[in-house]
Design a protein around this ligand. Structure first.
Ligand code: ZN
Length: 542
């Protein structure tokens, strides 16, 4: 058989947990044409041969949690950003997380766009439906494959706006229908971000109603839960309850115990998930291997600050009364109040496009340099940047990271936000860090098991049936790395530094990274998932 590419002599981990074996992989027309145990693949010819002697040949990694929604639209001078994740071997990124997706925006487009731009950067475009978004992304060109969830925050913003109130019945019907259309068009599931406006204004029953639509499509409910600090256990209970009541499988985003009172709580969170599994709930999670997190600065302000949308927030923050109300809210506990147990010295500016001079500094440091109060420094930064400020924050402890990443339902999700400035290194470092630090150096997971979670397990959770496996007929997404040297090098100072030891990354049969070098090819596809069951027509929401 003649083919495009023959990879031979490598140790093939097929993603399934089966014992790895030395062999060959033959690729033709973007598909794995043959896999075998003879090291040389004798009898086959190929236009190109990769000698993988002693290296691991694995399915390309699936990053289950990213904010790469706008990555295809980055302008040409950001090739470092376009490749940050794929250099580790990530061949599929799942976007639309934490309630933020660039669609479906049918009304109020300008306000929704302004809101979304606080995470994805200025000039972010929003789309009326998944198909138009997928079309634009495909034209933009992608190194890796991209797939998306449909975000509750975006759906609520376009139907209800940014008011802090429950939905009217007709609004909930409209939201359900937008979620239904998105899932019919190939969204992988329904996501929430219940610390972010406007998602945080939604009562549990609203989420149950919408997660039921996802259940009807045989797709999961994916949640950034309502609280990861004090209140993380109650918030996890809410997510599991939503799964029970809606019938949707539950995938908990960036599982962690984040607040000082609950540091060391990782194993107890995992126990809760295991108990839910024993009771029959289909539950999984993702985590990234870092103790710091990253989010938008505005999420550290009380939810009342964001009522009415970004413009309303900015005008509120420019008045002494507005700032007094922020200070009062920061004394309260009925929301995820990061600063209740932490200080502004644990909040570092990662991205502030209009004031890049504050990137890399803590809010406390900026306040001292300017002789102002940290709340004023934070509000000033938000105003100067139209609300678009991303921060890195201290969150959890190493033993909690290990507990959350090592339970049997865990996957690796970077939660990466590919923006300029000094973003969290997790987007460009999570996978190589797990393989180097956690698997090889600390031995907390086996290599074969970690590959399974990064590939076949993630594909199964999100219904990517033709990905995450090295098997005949599967899409030819492949990474070749050296298990002895693979390591992350991305740091807070240099967030996009390339990993060590990842030699080849192949997407849909096309080499994107060849011997560590960018080939300039952008073969990524936009992946859409068929629903496994048809939505019940005319279903009524209660
Ligand atoms: Zn999140």
């Amino acid at each position: 058989m003649s083919s495009d590419l023959l990879i031979r002599g490598g140790i093939v981990h097929d993603g399934s947990r089966r014992k790895p074996q030395t062999g060959f992989v033959l690729i033709k027309d973007g598909i794995i044409a043959s896999v075998g145990s003879s090291p040389l693949g004798n009898g086959f010819s190929a236009d190109r041969v990769i000698e993988a002697d002693g290296a691991v040949v694995a399915p390309g990694f699936i990053d289950t949690h990213t904010h790469s929604d706008a990555l295809p639209f980055l302008l040409g001078d950001h090739d470092d950003l376009r490749l940050g994740s794929v250099r580790q071997g990530v061949t599929t990124e799942i976007a639309g997380n934490c309630g933020f997706s660039l669609y479906p925006v049918t009304t109020g487009g300008e306000a929704v766009g302004t809101d979304i731009a606080t995470l994805f950067g200025p000039d972010t475009t929003v789309y009326p439906d998944l198909l138009s978004y997928a079309d634009a992304a495909t034209k933009g060109g992608m190194a890796a494959n991209l797939a998306t969830l449909v975000g509750h925050g975006t759906v609520r913003a376009t139907v209800v706006g940014f008011d802090d109130r429950p939905t009217e019945a007709n609004e909930l019907d409209q939201m359900a229908s937008l979620v239904d259309v998105a899932l019919s068009q190939g969204a992988l599931g329904f996501s929430t971000g219940l610390i972010y406006a406007p998602g945080c204004y939604a009562p549990t029953d609203e989420i149950v109603a919408l997660a039921s639509v996802s259940a009807d499509h045989g797709k999961p409910y994916v949640s950034h839960i309502r609280n990861e600090m004090r209140g993380v256990f109650d918030a996890l209970d809410e997510a599991l309850d939503i799964g029970q009541r809606s019938g949707a499988a539950v995938h908990v985003s960036h599982l962690k115990a984040g607040g000082p009172p609950d540091l060391g709580g990782g194993p107890a969170l995992v126990d809760k998930l295991k108990r839910a599994r024993r009771q029959g709930l289909d539950v999984t999670s993702d985590s990234y291997p870092y103790t710091k997190g990253s989010t938008v600065l505005r999420a550290l302000l009380p939810p009342t600050a964001s009522i009415g949308g970004i413009e309303a927030m900015l005008s509120r923050l420019s008045t002494p009364e507005g700032r007094a109300s922020v200070r009062a809210g920061l004394q309260e506990s009925d929301w995820q109040n990061f600063l209740e147990d932490r200080t502004w010295s644990e909040v570092t500016i990662a991205y502030a496009p209009a004031t890049p001079e504050i990137e890399g500094k803590t809010v406390d440091q900026i306040a001292r340099e300017r002789s102002v109060d940290p709340v004023d420094a934070a509000c000033d930064a938000l105003i100067a940047n139209q609300g678009a400020v991303v921060v890195v924050i201290d969150l959890t402890r190493e033993e909690d990271v290990v507990a959350c990443l090592c339970w049997e339902g865990a996957m690796v999700g970077s939660d990466g936000i590919p923006i300029p400035g000094k973003p969290h290194p997790r987007w460009a470092g999570s996978f190589s860090r797990v393989l180097g630090d956690l698997v090889r150096d600390r031995g907390v997971l086996s290599l074969n098991e970690s590959i399974h979670r990064m590939t076949a397990a993630a594909a199964a959770r999100f219904g990517l049936s033709n990905r995450g496996r090295i098997a005949e007929g599967a899409a030819a997404d492949i990474v070749i790395f050296d298990p002895e040297t693979v390591s992350d090098r991305a740091t807070y100072a240099e967030p996009l530094a390339e990993p060590v030891g990842v030699n080849h990354v192949i997407v849909n049969g096309v080499p994107v990274i060849n011997d560590g070098v960018d080939t300039g090819r952008r073969p990524g596809h936009f992946l859409r998932k068929e629903s496994t069951t048809t939505a019940r027509p005319g279903r009524t929401l209660t």
